[in-house]
Ligand binder design. Structure first.
Ligand SMILES: [Zn+2]
Ligand SMILES: [Zn+2]
Length: 81
């Protein structure tokens, strides 16, 4: 299973849930969830949500709106190769 976005096979095209502007990929979520993460751990509302990171069929990406700078996450479905 590979993530098409991490492997530059596909562009992440998402809209900001707050203002509807295009949001840009800031990389794989797990790269941002270390001890120096700029995001608050409380961004995860449920155990189920954080467990998605461990599911290798889904790659969670951190994205940020280019207009209002709202950070959020997008789950990218990985591809079978
Ligand atoms: Zn990815
Ligand atoms: Zn926005």
């Amino acid at each position: 299973m590979i993530c098409p976005v991490c492997n530059a096979l596909s562009l992440l095209e998402v809209s900001c849930p707050q203002c509807g502007s295009a949001a840009e990929d800031e990389g794989r979520w797990s790269d941002w969830s270390g001890p120096y993460s700029p995001y608050e751990p409380t961004l995860f509302n449920t155990v189920e949500e954080s467990a998605l990171i461990l599911n290798d069929s889904v790659c969670q990406h951190a994205v940020r709106c280019t207009a209002c700078h709202l950070p959020f996450t997008v789950e990218v479905t990985a591809w079978h190769v």
